[in-house]
Design a protein around this ligand. Structure first.
Ligand code: DGY
Length: 337
């Protein structure tokens, strides 16, 4: 006997008017974690009878979580990053994975720029100082920061978001250098007014360094004590990618000892926990992983993930051809098929 409707697990209550579109095609199992996150066992239990799942970046899914998920065919991540998903393990089982690129590019680039301005011009530090009642008289050298205009911006990771940052930098009169695994086509470089340089040169030249590269075992702690030591002591570091890209203890040490002027961080290696060494510092601006968190963008992300899942499970106008597959070698509705 064939089952008429597939079952889909919706891991979080995400904009009911948008995620409700799943009900037109599937039996949807809705849930919420009891605490902040599901345990691995809870995820495995939810996936056991599901054909598809719509999850966020805090649901980690790998071999253990799919061990009993014999029917699972698609996982739609509501994020552009997908380091929460073990792509080789899922791919081996023929499970299609999708993400939500493009729709969040500009919003994320905006937040990157906001962190850059806030850190370089000491905005949150200044506000805290004022609220603490420390502003007793105007003085010439209070809270001196570093300029964006006329400075050199370094971008590590020149994908869509890195390019969005570079386009913003032209409006601020900055010179942009970037480093990427592969150099961009000349037309894109011209559009972004950015020049490709080696990683070491990027570190040395940047007055402000912005991280927008994907996280992987190869990029873990790429910004370590040695990389930080190459940077200017007047430089600002901004991370809107993933926390694990930076050795946070080395960063806190550099900030505390004047080897780096300031940092702006939206992501953390052990988030939602933030290292006490960072919390103790005034010259770091800390936001809770909100780079894509505008209402319009978060709605667009959910909508795209819903489209992806519907298509990946063989329904809707793009049946079998989900727009944003991340598995390498995926053709049709099975990787490599
Ligand atoms: C992403 O999409 O990867 C972002 O980190 C979520 O805001």
């Amino acid at each position: 006997m064939t089952e008429s409707r597939s079952r889909v697990w919706l891991a979080r209550p995400l904009f009911a008017d948008i995620s409700g579109r799943l009900d037109e095609h599937f039996d949807v199992i809705r849930s919420e974690p009891a605490g902040e996150r599901y345990t691995s066992q809870e995820i495995a239990a939810h996936l056991t009878n599901a054909h598809g799942a719509l999850v966020t970046l805090v649901e980690r899914i790998g071999a253990a979580e799919i061990a009993t998920a014999s029917k699972l065919r698609a996982v739609a991540n509501v994020a552009v990053g997908y380091d929460n998903l073990d792509i080789p393990a899922l791919g081996e089982r023929g499970i299609v994975v999708t993400n939500t690129p493009d729709v969040l590019t500009e919003t994320t680039a905006d937040l990157g720029f906001a962190l850059l301005l806030a850190a370089a011009r000491r905005i949150t530090e200044a506000e805290r100082w004022l609220r603490e009642g420390q502003w007793r008289s105007w003085s010439f050298d209070t809270l001196l920061g570093h300029d964006l205009h006329g400075s050199t911006l370094g971008i590590l990771g020149m994908g869509r978001i890195g390019q969005g940052i570079a386009r913003r930098a032209t409006g601020f009169g900055m010179r942009t250098l970037y480093h990427n695994r592969t150099r961009l086509p000349e037309a894109v470089e011209r559009d972004c007014r950015a020049r490709h340089v080696g990683f070491a040169e990027l570190l040395v030249q940047a007055d402000h360094l912005l991280l927008a590269l994907p996280y992987s075992p190869q990029t873990r702690h790429i910004i370590d004590a040695a990389a930080l030591a190459r940077m200017k002591p007047t430089a600002t570091l901004v991370n809107i990618a993933r926390g694990g890209i930076v050795d946070e203890l080395a960063l806190a040490d550099a900030l505390a000892h004047g080897r780096l002027a300031a940092a702006g961080l939206d992501v953390y290696e052990g988030e939602p926990a933030v290292r006490p060494e960072l919390l103790a510092l005034r010259n770091v601006v800390l936001t809770p992983h909100i780079a894509s968190a505008s209402l319009g963008t978060r709605r667009a992300m959910v909508s795209l993930a819903v489209d992806n899942l519907i298509a990946a499970l063989g329904c809707g106008p793009r049946a079998g051809r989900p727009p944003n597959v991340v598995n390498p070698g995926f053709i049709g509705n099975r990787p490599g098929a």
